[in-house]
Every structure is written in C-alpha cells, then in structure tokens.
Design a protein around this ligand. Structure first.
Ligand code: SAM
Ligand code: MD0
Ligand code: SF4
Length: 369
C-alpha cells in the first residue's frame, strides 16, 4: 500500500477509536514527512476535541528537594553530580509556594523531589515530614495534589493518599528492562512498576512516563505504549531526553523533538480520553505550541519565577523570565485555539475518574469474596 493510503486507513481506524496493531503504531511513530505528520496531529486534535473540547488543564510544579540517593544516568540531580547546586525547601516555604501557584490559577500542585534521604531514609520521621507537607499543601490550597517522590513503600503511599495526594507520578522511562538497567542504576524495575499497580489498587490516579532519545528503539516505544495500556494510567507522558552537564549521558541526545511529538499524537490516538502533558520542562515556552498541536491537553511544569525553584530537565530555562507561568502560557493557548479549563471542570474530571476507580476496587472485592 502506498504511504498516503496506509495513513488514511490508520487514521480512519483512529477516529473510530479502533485499537491499532503494533505495525500500525510503529508506522505512525516513524513518520518524518511534514504533511503526513500534520495529518496525524490533526487526528489527535480531533480526538482531544471529542473528549475535552478546547479545554486545557494547568499544573503547578514544586521541585521541593533536589537531593537524591539515586544515580540515574540521565538526570542532572543524580547523587554523584557535583556540578548541581542543591536545595531543600522548608515545609513553610513549600506551602507558601503552593499557595502562590494556586493564586496564579493552577489546578493541581505536583510535589516532586529527588529520592531525598531526609524524607525517605530517615526512618518514620522522614515520612512524617513528607506526609505533613502533603497535608498542609492540601489544606492550604484546597487543590488536587500529585506526588512524585520516587518509589515509596505501599503503606506510605496509602498514608500519602490519606494525607491528600490524589495522584502518584512515577515514570518507568522505558519498558525495556535492559535499557532501564542502564538508566536507573541499581533500581529495581519490578519494584517501580509494582508501586504504580499498588497505587492504582488503592484508588490513586497514576501517571506513567516515557523518556525518549536515550537508546530506545521504535520497537521499545511500541512496547511502552502497550505497557501503558496494561497499567491503565490516567495520565501518560513522554519527554525528550535533555543531556545534562556532569552526567554520563552529557554527550548524547538531540534537540530534535520529532519523535516526542509523534509519540504525543499516538498517545492521544490510543488513549483519547487520558491526560497527556505538554511539558515546559523540555524546550520551555518555545516548545509548548508544538506539543499542544500534537494533541497534549495538560500544561505541566508551571513554576513561580521568584522562589529559587528549578525544573528537572531544564533547570532554569524560562523560569526567571516568568514564561513558565499561567500568564506566560496564555498567549500560546490562544494561538492554538485552546483555553484553560476552570478548576471546577478539572475537579469534575477527577471525581469522575476517582469514582470509577473506587467502583472497580469494590467490584474486585466482591469478585474475591
Ligand atoms: N525523583 C523522582 C523520580 O525519579 O521518580 C521524581 C522526579 S524525577 C526528577 C522526574 C522525571 O523527570 C524522571 O522520571 C524523568 O522522566 C524526567 N527527567 C529527569 N531528567 C531528565 C532529562 N535529563 N531529560 C528528560 N527528562 C528527564
Ligand atoms: C514536568 N518538570 O511536569 C515536571 C516533572 C514530575 N511529576 C513532573 C518532570 O515536566
Ligand atoms: Fe533521583 Fe529522580 Fe533524578 Fe533519578 S530521576 S537521579 S531518582 S531525581
């Protein structure tokens, strides 16, 4: 079949929400010519419109501790990188920052940290501090909360949920175990995966993520998308790898986002009703329009300019300039024909999902009896 015809057939299936074969997914992922890609993006936008109209969700990002006990080869904040200057915000500071973000109009606070031993390996006192952060952020902002603390024991996850965490974000990066081993040194693949399964089983919403451009093949990406389907994560993301100074992978990586954009569009096609981020943490404000046009519907990594906070993969890009703020992204949303949802709309989406998860859990219990 000629390329255009094949594309017609696949996009037709996509619009009917018929699951694509491995080969069809791979075909979409590898597209390089601008005309074909634009057709895929158009389909992705049509599907987004079907489920979310022109509404986009905005997430505030608080990277409250950049200390980490791990040594991920791709990460600037890996423990053995002496080049990075680290900080740990106090509980008071974290709450103030979260309140400022809430005031600015975000709908969710993403509390992210390196696997900081002060919180994770400090016995029960560390966990208690983490729980207190979540409790106070929830209480003072009244907003949905996402936590990205790395892998934590199930019992703690449950307490974090009780403290007010709605979402657990924990990215596998790849679902190729060999590649995983080279990226997340000395970290168990199975444990990381199991933490997300457990989070779902107790009724938390889960975000899964895929890192691209770190030695992954197209086949790996297809596998990842299938694993994401198995997991049933409510939010799925992909981010291009950004090389970091002082790390083993500092010389690798490319500034071409073609694959990331293709994956965003394919994610929208495969998971039309899920949340898919356009992260400001890859190319800053400059990269936002492309990501939204590929079918993303959440702007993540909004950071207040004046609090000494950093991003993860772009630690400073566009932060001090105030481009990574609600105000800063508005012109881009408008340009894309999109508008921010209201907080009530986000909360409705969340409650509907949480209700469904709860019913599923009850169903399982009945089955087990
Ligand atoms: N420390 C926790 C963890 O690893 O799960 C939570 C936050 S971690 C800093 C968040 C994510 O940022 C990583 O899982 C990875 O997907 C992404 N990330 C880190 N370094 C990156 C880089 N150099 N380029 C692109 N994404 C990166
Ligand atoms: C982002 N910088 O949304 C953040 C981070 C962690 N949950 C999210 C990677 O892009
Ligand atoms: Fe630590 Fe997370 Fe960075 Fe890995 S990705 S080194 S766990 S902060």
């Amino acid at each position: 079949m000629v390329v255009a015809q094949k594309l017609d057939t696949i996009l037709d299936k996509a619009l009917q929400e018929i699951w694509l074969s491995r080969e069809e997914i791979k075909f979409l992922l590898q597209l390089a010519d601008p005309v074909s890609r634009e057709r895929v993006f158009l389909t992705a936008r049509e599907l987004r419109q079907r489920y979310f109209a022109d509404k986009v969700f905005l997430y505030g990002f608080v990277y409250f501790s950049t200390y980490c006990r791990n040594d991920c080869t791709f990460c600037y904040y890996r423990k053995s990188n002496d080049l990075c200057q680290r900080y740990r915000k106090t509980t008071r500071e974290i709450v103030d920052i979260a309140c400022a973000l809430a005031e600015a109009g975000v709908y969710l606070i993403d509390l992210t940290m390196g696997e900081d031993p002060q919180y994770l390996a400090n016995g029960s006192e560390g966990y208690e501090n983490l729980l207190e952060v979540v409790r106070l952020v929830k209480k003072n902002t009244g907003l949905p909360v996402m936590i990205s603390p790395g892998v934590v024991p199930g019992a703690i996850l449950k307490e974090l949920q009780q403290a007010g965490a709605d979402w657990y974000a924990c990215y596998q990066e790849t679902h190729n175990r060999l590649l995983y081993k080279k990226l997340r040194l000395n970290q168990s693949y199975s444990e990381r995966w199991a933490s997300k399964i457990y989070a779902r089983s107790i009724g938390m919403l889960v975000e899964e993520g895929l890192l691209v451009g770190v030695g992954d093949s197209l086949e790996d990406i297809v596998n990842s998308l299938l694993e994401m389907k198995n997991l049933g994560a409510e939010q799925v993301r992909t981010m291009s790898f950004v090389p970091q100074q002082g790390t083993p992978l500092s010389g690798n990586g490319s500034s071409d986002d073609r694959l990331e954009l293709n994956i965003i569009a394919v994610m929208r096609i495969l998971f039309p009703d899920r949340l898919i981020p356009a992260s400001l943490d890859v190319r800053g404000i400059f990269g936002l329009q492309q990501r939204l046009n590929a079918g993303a519907n959440v702007v993540t990594s909004l950071i207040p300019p004046d609090r000494g906070l950093v991003g993860v993969s772009q630690s400073t890009l566009d932060i001090a300039e105030g481009h990574r703020t609600v105000k800063g992204v508005m012109p881009v949303l408008r340009e894309c024909g999109l508008a921010p949802a209201t907080l009530a709309e986000y909360q409705r989406w969340l409650q509907e999902k949480q209700g469904r998860i709860k019913n599923r859990a009850i169903g399982k219990e009945i089955l087990c009896k």
